[in-house]
Every structure is written in C-alpha cells, then in structure tokens.
Ligand binder design. Sequence first.
Ligand SMILES: [Zn+2]
Length: 459
Amino acid sequence: MPNTLIRNARVVTAEGEVSNANIGIRDGIIAFIESVAKPTPTAGVDRTQNFHTIDAAGKWVIPGLVDCHTHFGAFLPFEDDLITETKAAAAGGVTTVFHVILEPGPILPRLPYYLDAVSRYATVDIHFWAACMTEEHLHEIPTLRSRGIRGFKFFLSYKGDEMESVGIYGIDYAYLQRGLEQVASCDGVAVVHVENYELLQLHKQRQAGKNDFLSFCRSRPPLCEEIDAYATCRMAQEAGAELYLVHTGTADVIDIVGLFRDRGVKVYIETGPRYLLIDETGHRLAQPELALTTPSYKPATHLDRLWTAVAAGAVDTMATDSAANTLKSKLGDGTIWSIQPSWQEMPTSLATMITHGVAEGRISMPQLAALMSTNPARIFGLDPHKGALAPGADADLVIVDTETTHAVERCPHSACDYTPYAGHELTGWPVLTMLRGKVVMEAGEIVAAPGYGRVVGVT
Ligand SMILES: [Zn+2]
C-alpha cells in the first residue's frame, strides 16, 4: 500500500478544526497531521517525497463515519447485504458499520461464520452487537464480551409474532433486569429498544381502520418510549449497568435520562438523522410512507427539542438503524400497516446532517464528527483505532464537498432501490472515502473489492 499525503485538508475532528493541514499516512495508519500556514504547492515537501499525494483542495476531511446501529440480512440475504450495503456505506463516508447479530440459537458457535462472511464480502469494516432474546443468550454475554462485543441488544417491543419474520423476539422486564446484571458483570453496554409493547397494542387498536402516515405514527406515541425509558434506566441503576438507548426520537426520553445521569447512571443516547428530519406529518417528503419505520415519527415539537439536546451535548451518537429492502417488499400489501420498517440510509446520513444540522447552524462540524464517528467508536471500545483523525489511528477518513448542492436521485450501490429523500436538495456529499489508508470510494465509484473490509474488535 503506498504511503499517502493528503494536502490542503480542512481537518475536522471531535476536538476542533485545523483550517489547513497535511495528513501523512503510512501502512494504513495516520502518521502525522501537520498544520501548514498556507496551501502547499503540489511538489517539494521533503519528508513526503515517497508519498502518493491527494489534494483535498481545501475541503473538509473528517474521520470515517462509524454507523453503530444497522441491520444486514433483515429483509434480504445476509451475504448479499454485506456486498451491496457495505458499498452503500462507503458511498456515504461510513467506514465502520455495526451489524446486530440476530440468532435464534446460541451466538458463539455462529461467530466464525460472521467473521468469515465479512472477510469475503464486506467493503468496509464491521463490528457487531449481539441481540439477547433467549435464556442461552443471557449466559453467553460474558464470553461474547471477552471476544470483543460490548453492545448487547434488548428489544422491549416486538413481542409475539410482530417481528418474527426478521428474527426479532421482544423480552419482558424480568429478562431485561437479568440481562442488565449480566452486562454489568462484564463491562458491557446494554443497548435497549424502549417502546412499551402493551401500550403499543392499545394505540394500534385506536388507529384501526385508518390507512395513512399520520395514523401509523400515532399508533406508536411518545408515551410508549417514555414509560419504558424510565423503567429501563431505573433497572440499569439497580444493576449498575451502562445503558445505551437506541433510535431516540422522543424528546421526553432525554429528560428522563437526565434524571438518571444526575444519579450517576451511565446512559448514552442515540438518535438518528431520520428522527431529526421527519415528523409525524412527513411534510418534508414527497412520499412519506417510504420513510416509515419503528419507532415512528413524532410531533414536530419533539424535533426542535431533540436538536436543542443534540446541540447541548445531551445526545451521544447518531446512527441510521438502516436495513435494506426493495420498494416492492417495503410497500407490502398496500396498507400502511404492512409496510416494512426502515430503509438504507447510510448514503445520505452525512449529507442530511450537514445540510440540516451544520449548514442551518444547529450543530458544528466537530459535534457532527463526535456524534457520527468518535463517540460510537469510543462507547463500543473501538478507540483509539476508529473514530479519530490522529497519529496512530487507522487512516479512515472522508473528504467532504460542502460547495456542491444536488438532489438525491437514488440509494447508490444498495439493493434498496428507493430513498424517501429522492428529490431532496442536499449539500455536504462525501467525494472520497478512505479506509485503513486505501481509497474505497472516489467520486461515487466503489474502488475496493468486496473482502477488503475486516471485522474490527471481535475475535
Ligand atoms: Zn435497529
């Protein structure tokens, strides 16, 4: 692998910004970042004679994104998803993707399969969470932790057959309490989907007979998340467990977490671009049903409060909860209740957050780097290699064009043949993605072969 020098980079990290810098990369690792007074001409820096140079031309260079919450194989075959969806990740500037392992039987005997599949099919690096749904899974937590997995996922929704088709089985409070104790015993993090199943049933019944986006959203009201957020935080306090709440769109959950943070409970909050951009009316989108997901979208006041919390540092991460499906399967039998949740959001997550977060003055670029890269890497134990632009870290980075605005046309490289953002004008597109010193995406083209990606942090 050639040594590389990226010149004229406007380097952004979670700590701040260097307005003009050269980034030296040796053997896939960042060797140095030197601030230079003015743009460097393309020739003549002694220490870099043996470097292949890339001119960033004053564009932002940020750490490769770490999307810590996604699902491969939810609706399409796992190995197919590993090929297509890790290319989609690279197109979006995502260099490390987490997959939630969902296994009906024991997870440990299946780990070699996952490690092997990544080495064959993935274009970007992969880490895992493990979903805990059975008695056996609870017992496996300490061993999985010793193999490098830190995030253990629990679903307080999806009981019965609701998500049977994608292999998700919800759990009850007693199981969660025991899971939290197991996680606490081995320095893990309990990753919890908080949404009260019983209340969901009631509100779903109240929307019966309706068939529109707003009714679907109202069948999953914020109350369901608040109730289970409180219960989960309280149980985590009791167990002494670190807690990570996924896909937070309910602003009141952040207030509830605040109560427990004040008591010394370590609770991380994840939100996602979709929850910051889409409200229960779906007014921003031409076809809001294409964005339907669970948990669903909230009244507009939640979005304003969520942005305020993000800006104030109360939210730790942004992840997409992406799962690829085709338009045909997404739309089900034509009723709003049969729509498959989620879509592939990785290609647009950076551009939507730069356009509506940074450019609209809600958050800074260093905050974005923290939320989308540095914090997820740190929380799940992938630092200092991932989530950083610093000497010694993996040379995972993205060059971002913040000058060009263009409309979203499709979901590139993905099997997901639609995007709810089609037609939406965005600024802040990744133009080059580098993973461990190798360019994997340039000008929209994927230039690394499947199998370049590695499993990181799990053996
Ligand atoms: Zn998820």
